[in-house]
Design a protein around this ligand. Structure first.
Ligand code: FES
Length: 143
């Protein structure tokens, strides 16, 4: 993680809403929550700047991204459980790729393409098969 101003998970009071101009993102199922001032996160080089993949990479949270974040695979597939209204609209490239994703749901997004556009609370779930895939030590590339 870079030296941008942010709170560690133990410093975040989940009983309170995030402060003004703060982005709070919880990654399930690990329930790892991170917070940072909107616009302060340095670009980590994977996916769109301020995408959920970019946030995950900044904080060392594993979100598979076999194609490097260019919407050419579906390994960064996740479910947006809260905060969808604060994310960028899915463009044709993302929608076309999502059509090939396993376990597609109405709240499916590609983590590398959906960008946080405003402060607020976001909750996303990384599908269990993504985690299992890694735990089993299999290559990260899917067709
Ligand atoms: S990392 Fe390949 S589509 Fe997002």
């Amino acid at each position: 993680m870079s030296d941008h101003e942010s709170k560690t998970p133990s410093q975040i009071d989940l009983s309170q809403p995030p402060g003004e101009n703060i982005v709070r993102v919880t990654f399930e199922p690990e329930n790892k929550t991170v917070e940072f001032p909107f616009g302060s996160l340095p670009y980590d080089g994977h996916g769109q700047p301020m995408s959920l993949l970019d946030v995950a990479e900044n904080y060392g949270i594993f979100l598979d991204h076999a194609c490097g974040g260019v919407a050419a695979c579906t390994t960064c597939h996740l479910f947006v459980k809260r905060g969808a209204e604060g994310l960028s609209e899915a463009e044709d490239l993302e929608l076309d790729r999502l059509d090939m994703a396993p376990g597609l749901q109405l709240n499916s997004r590609l983590g590398c393409q959906c960008v946080i556009e405003r402060p607020g609370t976001y909750v996303v779930e990384i599908p269990s098969w993504n985690k299992n895939y890694v735990q089993e030590g299999k290559p990260a590339v899917k067709k």
